[in-house]
Design a protein around this ligand. Structure first.
Ligand code: SF4
Length: 386
């Protein structure tokens, strides 16, 4: 399947998921949930109660919704579901990073990673099983796209992590949690797990809407980041529609190199990408765009590259994250030396571009940047499901 076709189909994706005539509540925003229930004669205040049980209390079954009568619970059960993914593996790194391998109802699996930092925590979520692209430095890129995740499965990753981390504001049935509870908290969500989020735009956009709902999980738009390898039309669209943070997997400053290591560049060249960043910046002037740049020895780490990068980013409010390359089995690259990474960074700093060096987290459990992969694969004759 060509990339053009994948993009066309992804645009038409239906955000709601229906299985055996039951609709997944997790993929619905508040308005859709209210409407879906109204179609069954259920009053809006009931939909609000259900929403609260799911997103304020972490309830996973209708029978536990204690302010909803048995008859109504049965009606809801008949038409809706909100099942959590099964945790296939739960790995904890020596540095506290935690990685879950999650299995959805059709057996497909993705990885989700929680990175704790003091009293903050970032959850790195996946948007596809496998990936549409094949960036050469990325482990996920060696796994062909199996299918897009639906919005409910994207949201579900956050809910599963909150269950595991004890992150609900109230326990089941409204019991207050201890004031001094020191449980790890999810404060930031990044779409930097498996997959290219912009090739699954409809579902990713719907999931963002649910994550930032002020009557639900209440994440700030400023705490949600979509990372893309450079799907230019979607960058413009998300700037218009979503208003969440933008991160760009750049990794190269010349078309020849980027064509090779970030293949989407063959379709959307650097010029077009940079124009889209200026467009995003014009819509969100106070936001800093995160530029991700993996440091590959003798590939993209020269002083000349650093200067070109600074030139490219001139006039943009950006932060460059230099990412020491994290090897994976069979990876063809070597990480730049510490000295080289610092020399590269110093050139950017002299050009007034902030450029923290990302601390590698969770490498011992293959949870670090660019290391995610599941064993899901397309079966013989199976088509990519979008
Ligand atoms: S870097 Fe992102 S877009 Fe590229 S192969 Fe990896 S997951 Fe896919």
């Amino acid at each position: 399947m060509t990339q053009a076709l994948i993009m066309k189909e992804a645009e038409q994706a239906e955000p709601l998921q229906v299985v055996n005539r039951r609709a997944n509540l997790l993929g619905m925003n508040r308005a859709d949930m209210t409407e879906a229930m109204a179609a069954l004669g259920i009053k809006p205040f009931r939909a609000k109660q259900v929403w609260n049980w799911i997103y304020r209390n972490g309830i996973t079954d209708f029978a536990s919704m204690s302010n909803i009568g048995k008859e109504m619970q049965a009606l809801l059960e008949q038409h809706f579901f909100m099942a959590r993914a099964r945790i296939d593996k739960d790995l904890v790194s020596f540095d506290g990073t935690r990685k879950w391998l999650l299995e959805f109802s059709d057996g497909q699996k993705v990885e989700t990673v929680f990175i704790p930092e003091g009293n903050r925590g970032t959850l790195c979520i996946s948007s596809q099983v496998g990936c549409t692209l094949a960036c050469t430095f990325c482990h996920t890129g060696t796994q062909r796209l199996v299918r897009n995740l639906v919005a409910g499965e994207i949201v579900d990753q956050v809910l599963v992590a909150m269950d595991a981390l004890g992150g609900w504001q109230q326990g089941p049935r409204g019991a207050k949690r201890d004031e001094d509870d020191s449980q790890q908290r999810i404060t930031n969500i990044v779409f930097m797990g498996m997959g290219e989020p912009m090739f699954n735009y409809a579902h990713v956009a719907r999931a963002c809407e649910i994550l930032i709902d002020e009557q639900g999980l209440q994440l700030s738009r400023r705490k949600v980041t979509i990372s893309t390898s450079g799907v230019v039309p979607r960058i413009r669209q998300m700037a218009d529609e979503l208003g969440v943070n933008l991160a760009i997997s750049l990794h190269g400053v010349r078309d020849e190199l980027r064509d090779e290591i970030v293949p989407i560049n063959r379709k959307y060249k650097m010029d077009a990408l940079m124009e889209s960043l200026h467009y995003y910046a014009s819509k969100h002037p106070t936001r800093s765009i995160l530029i991700e740049y993996v440091m590959l020895k003798d590939v993209n780490d020269s002083d000349a590259d650093a200067h070109i990068l600074a030139d490219l980013l001139e006039g943009l409010n950006v932060k460059v994250n230099l990412i020491p390359f994290n090897p994976w089995p069979g990876s063809p690259y070597v990480c730049s030396s510490n000295n080289r990474i610092h020399a590269f960074g110093n050139i950017l700093i002299r050009r007034k571009i902030p450029c923290p060096i990302r601390t590698t987290r969770g490498a011992d459990i293959l949870a670090a940047c660019g290391q995610l992969k599941s064993d899901s694969e397309l079966k013989k004759g199976q088509k990519v499901a979008l």
